[in-house]
Write a protein that binds this ligand. Sequence first.
Ligand code: HSE
Length: 439
Amino acid sequence: MKDFNVAILGCGTVGGGVARIMSELQEEISNRASRKINLRKIVELTPDSAAKRFSLPTDLFYGHGKNLTGEEAEHYIKEVLEAEDIDLVVETIGGSNDYIENLAVKVCEAKKHLVTANKALLAERGKAIFDTAKTNDVTVGFEAAVCGAIPIIKTIKESFTGDSIISLSGIMNGTSNYILSMMQNEGMEFEEALKLAQENGYAETDPTLDINGYDAGHKLVILLKLAFGVDIAMDELSIGGIENISREDIEFAEEINCKIKLICYAKKIDGKIYATVCPMMVKNSNFLSGVKGVTNAVRVVNKYSGKHILLGAGAGSFETASSIVADIVFAAKYSERGQVSYDKQSLDFIDASHFEFPYIMTFETADVPGITGLVTTSVGHQNINIDTVSHNRHKKDRATFSIATMPCTMLQIEKTIAEITNNNPDLLLSTPKVIPILY
Ligand code: HSE
């Protein structure tokens, strides 16, 4: 079979890792694909530093190691797109904008396979890219886009095809998990833990998407498509972040044998899908509660084969690059047979208003007699079955207490809070915190 030739666009942390692994494992990956795989060329604005960082020969780079202007890089990208002997393009430039979307589409139009780690691009603008790939009989590999090194895409796409997924839950953002772990284990405040994550190079330069749940949301959107065959736009998914989690919440979680984790959750129930990304109180009996630091984990429950857990590095240069190289081998071996295909389903989404989950509601009130009774009475009026009521945590003239509910809907909870506020406008000193409990 003829050689399979690869070009890389962008030789930063991930692209450089891909180039390094391809150089080190060229013989092995060629054997695995049953054809020779060559890394032909790299387009990179600052090739000299990339070459040094990843011990790569400068002649692998367009411009022979000299820094490129934007225009020169554009020229070389065009050359890659026009090169008849390039079979696959790795996009490791990043970003989700018109330029990157157009580039990904052009790669597919040029009848080259595309491999990318770009979760934001696929979650926000994936349709045009997948449609163009299909029309042009090329594959889009994106194993690296969800949980870095963890082979969750292939597991769902290839290994679970004889089953039916009931639910997915996972820790899919290492930065937020690191921050929560540091708050939990080292007694840090949120800001201190975030600073440490940045100093250790875990958080992105702008950590907003890590903290507000959107990075995890991108990953869940991609998995929803594969696991349940449904397309959901980012703005249809309910997404919450960890920015409001306090030390007090963490300490209370300890007390009730839980850890607070940013959880991606999806469940198929009665032909409908409930999906959310938000901080949850994860019971210590659930495997996800013990996943610490930047590690990612995905828990899948299938109808016939039961529970599965995949655990590993969710980010990192070589870790993410290994998934990209696996996609390259897959494309070289199976070519168009590797296309993303999924049973399109017309499942409806249900939101938290109507999906039943057990919750922890935390109320901050004045520290005076009778308040617990007023609050629990309103909870009862909304037909919410209480599991436990915590002791009061007293602070100066304030008291905080929490109610763990049996499964109920957010609509019931919202009505409870409205009733408390209507009956006693001054009773609640802040908006109650409501966090789902994951058993
Ligand atoms: N910044 C992400 C994380 C990795 O912290 O897990 C890339 O999605």
